[in-house]
Design a protein around this ligand. Structure first.
Ligand code: SAM
Length: 252
């Protein structure tokens, strides 16, 4: 009696059932991973988009500013950072301090406790990678001098540390899991924003707040880098606010 078919293909054994299930779960897993990486930042607004209450203004000292790139952001900052107001041992870091507008606002209204510290990073140079070099970088030495004048005028120079250099280099030298609040407002290219976000994330404490400036389709590089950053870390983030400043809370 012939038990084998003449056709060799027919002689192959049927694949065991567990192989079928294995393939099925592998396909399911790869679908869920693709979904994760194409996840977009949800559109979330403080107070469900109702107008934010007015925030305190800065400028209580003889500061010298020529630019106001912080205007309108102070309401978002106030909403996001008020819970940290006057708390002890709170550490703030800002990438791209320019003349110090945002940093000094944070100093005066949030980081009022004598144990809190502020760290600023800036190139103080030609503004490469930034979005409006012609207007604000004609003489970088000017805004560097104004920044340091303003820091001295604050009366809290001892609590402010400034690093001059590329944030992509400086961030690598700073303490991990140390900062409570971080504000990214330096170089706006895709590569820089990718690096600034991922390096900052390592430095941010659990429960800390990361703010990314110019999160808008008008800044496609920043927008894209932020979307990628979210797709890679969504399970460890709570999005608190989107719109010009993207405000993210780190969960773990
Ligand atoms: C939009 S301004 C910042 C405004 C500032 N946050 C404020 O409140 O007024 C951008 C700043 O980022 C700095 N910058 C640009 N590229 C940088 C880089 N790769 N590393 C560090 N700072 C950079 C520029 O020198 C400039 O002062």
């Amino acid at each position: 009696m012939h038990t084998l078919s003449q056709n060799p293909i027919m002689n192959l054994k049927k694949p065991p059932l567990f192989l079928f299930y294995l393939c099925f779960f592998a396909v399911l897993l790869s679908c869920s991973c693709t979904q994760q990486s194409s996840q977009n930042i949800p559109n979330i607004q403080f107070l469900q988009g109702k107008p934010l209450p007015n925030a305190p203004k800065a400028d209580t000292k003889p500061y010298r500013f020529t630019e106001d790139m912080f205007a309108m952001r102070n309401k978002i900052f106030w909403q996001a950072l008020e819970p940290f107001k006057n708390k002890s041992n709170i550490h703030y870091l800002e990438i791209g301090v320019h003349e110090g507008r945002a940093l000094l606002w944070v100093l005066e209204h949030i980081m009022t406790h004598p144990t809190s510290t502020l760290t600023g990073i800036d190139l103080f140079s030609s503004g490469e990678g930034d979005f409006k070099p012609k207007e604000i970088y004609k003489n970088p030495n000017d805004f560097k001098q104004r920044y340091f004048h303003n820091i001295r005028s604050s009366g809290h120079e001892n609590r402010i540390q400034t690093h001059i250099g590329y944030s992509q280099d400086v961030l690598k030298t700073l303490k991990k899991n140390h900062y409570d609040i971080m504000y990214i407002d330096g170089c706006h290219t895709l590569m820089c924003t990718r690096e600034d976000t991922s390096l900052s994330w390592e430095l941010l404490k659990k429960g800390g707040i990361l703010m990314i400036d110019d999160y808008s389709k008008e800044f496609p590089d920043v927008y894209q880098a932020a979307q990628e950053f979210y797709a890679n870390n969504a399970d460890n983030m709570e999005i608190l606010h989107t719109g010009w400043v993207l405000v993210i809370k780190k969960l773990r």
